[in-house]
Design a protein around this ligand. Sequence first.
Ligand code: PGA
Length: 248
Amino acid sequence: MNYFIAANWKLNKTIAETREFLHKFIPEVQQVTGVDIVIAPPFTSLTAAGEEIKDTNIQLAAQDIFWEEKGAYTGEVSPLMLLETGCRYAIIGHSERRQYFSEDDVVVNRKIRAAEKAGLGVIFCVGESLEDRESGKTFDVIRREVEMGLAEVDSVNLVLAYEPIWAIGTGKTATAGQAQEVHAYIRKILANLYGNKAENIRILYGGSVTPENVDSLMACHDVNGALVGGASLKPESFAKIVCFKKEN
Ligand code: PGA
């Protein structure tokens, strides 16, 4: 099973900046094997990014989708529209969507089902807040988010991302032990839902991943990749993360 390392650029990079990044990044990672490399630029840069990464080992993801195929939904973008730009994945359920755009588990589930129906892969994010962790609710929150998000969803083309909210953009990373503990728990929930197929679902860690801490996180048994925000904005830094040192 390949590792899966994705860049989540959030609200960053114009089309020109996207092209500039890729011109530097592609040569740095073109020899990399054993890692699925994915970038998620803003919607406006998807087409340009799709052109730049054609015939490379890099794949494209959107940062969000809407669940309807078309209609009177001002401002929204459908899975089919994203597939047309060359997207293979969509990030769904990111904590910033949940926090700033009031997306709840029901909305997240609708989006995941729409992506699945359209044949778009899903990078499904879950994670607890600091308050949840401090009050001992981490596992309850993770269970609720995973089970509700995946209601009536097949496991096909699904990637999970565990992103503790307190670690996102804060410079505070979960320790390898904290990450492994939650990843193993997520793997157990997935096994209940999907049986043996759960072993093939990659579970990414996200939250202040950097070139300095990536090796120890990736060495955890149930950590199969990373979702990277801040440290993915510079080509040198994201290339270093993609080229992390594998054990043995
Ligand atoms: P960060 O963001 O790497 O800047 O913490 C990760 C994410 O939100 O996906």
